[in-house]
Design a protein. Structure first.
Length: 104
């Protein structure tokens, strides 16, 4: 009895897609633009590594939009822990006091 061929691509997004490369950070180039390393895929297959190039003003708008979208969801546990016990000392440097007991 013949059966229908199985689709090996079930659940794979169809069409083009851009995803940030998790192992590479965004950076500022010599012209002052913000570059975000991206994977470009088509129908679930990797096609190329590329970069999304943004003007500083565009990067600011994107960061604000992402921040607002994340505020609408549940707050991460680290935000709750750090809200009153952390002090920013410099970009990327946070001092966390050890409170008597964390509110879990």
């Amino acid at each position: 009895m013949p059966t229908e061929p199985k689709s090996h691509r079930q659940g794979v997004p169809q069409g083009w897609r851009m995803d940030p490369i998790p192992s590479r950070q965004a950076y500022r180039d010599d012209d002052g633009n913000i570059r975000v390393p991206m994977w470009l895929t088509k129908n679930g297959r990797h096609m190329a590594d590329t970069e999304m190039v943004l003007l500083p003003s565009e990067a600011t708008l994107l960061a604000e939009s992402l921040t607002n979208a994340m505020r609408d969801g549940p707050r991460p546990m680290l935000d709750e822990l750090f809200r009153e016990s952390a002090t920013a000392l410099a970009p990327g440097v946070v001092y966390v006091r050890k409170p008597e007991q964390y509110p879990f």
